[in-house]
Design a protein. Structure first.
Length: 386
């Protein structure tokens, strides 16, 4: 019976064939999977592209409109310098009596308006009037004696011519006349003294004005020079202000002065040549025009427009942006309407604008409103920003 057992060589051949067959199956399966995946990716990408092509493309972003202002170079700017002073009258006086005496009448009170030469107050002059009457009587008596002496002199002169009188009697008559004449002159001087003292026992207004103070009530015994009334001139008030030495006097000739929120035109009355030792300023006095109704002692501010030579340009305060290291910057648009950043130096600031210095190429315009709406390098359109 034939032997059915397989030889070792046949067994080896069968195992090798099986392994080759299994490897081929695995490779085929892998290729199939890769092919399916590739096909899926291809068809998926194609579908996505098709859908993307079907969606309309978005519109291009609109160019931002901005408000711009041409940059104008200027060679000077003006500083409004303000100096503080006060309103005062052109003339003020504290009146008093030159003589001692008892106050008889006070004829003015605080707030009263008085005219020049108006009687304001008087002293009791009863004793002076008695003295004047006594001197007047003495003078009349001396005058009578002088008239008799002159007649005696004339008679003695005729008697000497006739040889009936001596020269001694004539000399005595002349001496008597001269003595009485000198006594008359002395009494005239005494009467003038009393008259002057009576006149000085009254006070008259030295100028037209208004009474500001009353220091007595009447009946007091006053010493010489003791204050009685205060008077100020109410027309054409002045303003006294201390100005620094660096202010050009030519700028003070015509100025504006602010008092209680109102502006008044004024002219320089005088600029004192000396320096105040406390404030180290020169005192300037200004005459207010049109006699404004202001109160003495009110605070006054004089505005002096002082030009400064420096090149630059005015820009709105809102257009400034703070840069690095304390620098200030501006956003501008160049000739191609592209936003650029420019570093500037602030020279002077006012309420709503500043004077700056910087480098601005030709064709550059300032973005004056809403600089926060744009960025450097952005294209803009010139119009009205919001």
């Amino acid at each position: 019976m034939p032997n059915s057992a397989k030889s070792p060589s046949e067994t080896t051949k069968q195992s090798l064939f099986s392994r080759v067959l299994r490897g081929t199956a695995r490779v085929g399966l892998t290729v199939s999977v890769v092919a399916v995946a590739t096909a899926a990716v291809y068809f998926g990408a194609s579908e996505l592209m098709r859908r993307a092509d079907a969606v309309p493309a978005p519109d291009a972003a609109a160019v931002t409109p901005v408000s711009v202002t041409p940059i104008t170079s200027e060679s000077t700017y003006t500083i409004d310098r303000v100096f503080i002073g006060q309103v005062e009258p052109q003339r003020a006086a504290d009146v008093s009596f030159e003589l001692n005496g008892t106050l008889d009448q006070i004829l003015a009170d605080e707030g009263d308006e008085v005219a020049k030469g108006q009687l304001l107050a008087t002293l009791d002059v009863a004793l002076l009037e008695v003295e004047r009457d006594r001197l007047t009587a003495s003078r009349d008596a001396v005058k009578a004696q002088l008239a008799f002496a002159r007649k005696t002199l004339d008679r003695n002169a005729k008697l000497i011519e006739q040889g009936f009188a001596s020269q001694a009697r004539l000399d005595e008559a002349v001496a008597q006349q001269d003595e009485l004449l000198f006594r008359t002159n002395e009494l005239d001087a005494a009467l003038r003294d009393v008259t002057v003292r009576i006149e000085k026992s009254s006070i008259e207004a030295p100028f037209a004005g208004q009474v500001t103070a009353r220091h007595v009530d009447g009946g007091e015994t006053l010493r010489s020079g003791e204050l009685v009334l205060g008077i100020v001139e109410v027309v054409s008030p002045q303003v006294r202000i201390g100005v620094p030495l660096d202010v050009d006097p030519a700028l003070l000739s015509k100025v504006e002065i602010e008092i209680a929120g109102e502006n008044y035109r004024a002219e320089l009355a005088t600029l004192r040549p000396d320096i105040d030792p406390v404030t180290r300023t020169r005192t300037a006095l200004f005459n207010l025009k049109h006699g404004p109704d202001v109160a003495f002692g009110q605070t006054a501010r004089v505005h002096v427009l002082d030009p400064v030579k420096s090149s630059g340009t005015w820009v709105p305060t809102t257009s400034l942006k703070e840069g690095t290291r304390g620098q200030w910057t501006l956003l501008v648009a160049d000739a191609q309407k592209t936003v650029r950043l420019v570093t500037v130096e602030v020279l002077h600031a006012e309420d709503d604008r500043v004077f700056v210095r910087g480098e601005f190429p030709d064709g550059t315009v300032l973005i004056d409103r809403g600089p926060q709406r744009v960025t450097v390098g952005q294209r803009v359109a010139f119009g009205t920003g919001e």
